[in-house]
Design a protein around this ligand. Structure first.
Ligand SMILES: Nc1ncnc2c1ncn2[C@@H]1O[C@H](COP(=O)(O)OP(=O)(O)OP(=O)(O)O)[C@@H](O)[C@H]1O
Length: 232
């Protein structure tokens, strides 16, 4: 499965936040979207998911135009999303939050929950705990676990390590790499931490004020130039 975004213009009301943005990602590979606060990473993810309408440009999945299709159809078509807010139902337990997603998918099995928990074993002792009491790292793990229960082939992760303690960041990185290498899931990862994003990605796109200012294969990246683009 391959997603291609081409020439996206996106606005919040009257304020345009993405200008002619293009990128691709596909199964078994990963693309990172780098950029400072406010560069447009979240807007791009939301546009790909159909949460934010695009003014012009196209988003295609295996060549099929997604314009006008709602987010739930995109999820059904194979896109998964762990948004930056890492929300869930705060008053419900971890297990209930997983069940809500699981039960919404026809053909889901209880063992699907065990599978995602094997990826994030740290969540296992907390299954009965309300989500509101989880740490940032646990919430991020839950957000990815919930997205995985929709059985995506392509997964969007919005700043999965932001504000999370380093030991948990390493676990999340390991899980993300396992998804790509073991399960062949395609990844689109928005990140401010360049080194980690590059370790996880085959391709990169740098956004600045809504424009793609650099893009290519991570193996060929000019780290110094990228560092300058991303410096505060
Ligand atoms: N709901 C909104 N209404 C108006 N402007 C918005 C809205 N959400 C974001 N913006 C603006 O759009 C621009 C891009 O924001 P976006 O959240 O996409 O960037 P980002 O790269 O994800 O930043 P961050 O790292 O802070 O999440 C910013 O200038 C932001 O202020």
């Amino acid at each position: 499965m391959k997603l291609e975004a081409t020439g996206l213009d996106v606005a919040h009301g009257r304020t345009q936040v993405l200008f002619d943005v293009s990128l691709t990602f596909e199964e078994g590979a990963s693309t990172c979207v780098l950029g400072r606060n406010g560069a447009g990473k979240t807007s791009l993810m939301n546009a790909v998911m159909g949460i934010l309408p695009v003014r012009s440009g196209s988003v295609t999945l295996d060549g099929r135009e997604l314009a006008g299709t709602p987010p739930w159809e995109r999820v059904r078509a194979g896109l998964g999303y762990a948004p930056q807010e890492r929300t869930g139902f705060g008053g419900m337990s971890v297990l209930e939050n997983l069940r809500v997603v699981l039960e919404a998918r026809p053909g889901a099995k209880r063992s699907d929950v065990d599978e995602v928990l094997d990826l994030f074993p740290r969540l296992k002792p907390f299954l009965k705990r309300p989500v509101a009491f989880l740490s940032g790292g646990q919430r991020q793990q839950l957000a990815i676990a919930r997205a995985l229960l929709t059985k995506p082939r392509l997964l969007l992760l919005d700043e999965p390590t932001e504000g999370i303690q380093p030991s948990i960041v390493a676990e999340i990185e390991e899980a993300i790499l396992a998804l790509r290498d073991r399960d062949g899931i395609g990844l689109l990862i928005a990140e401010q931490y360049v080194e980690m994003a590059l370790r996880m990605s085959d391709r990169y796109v740098v956004l600045e004020a809504g424009h793609v200012v650099a893009a290519g294969a991570t193996a060929d990246m000019d780290h110094e130039a990228a560092g300058r683009l991303l410096a505060i």
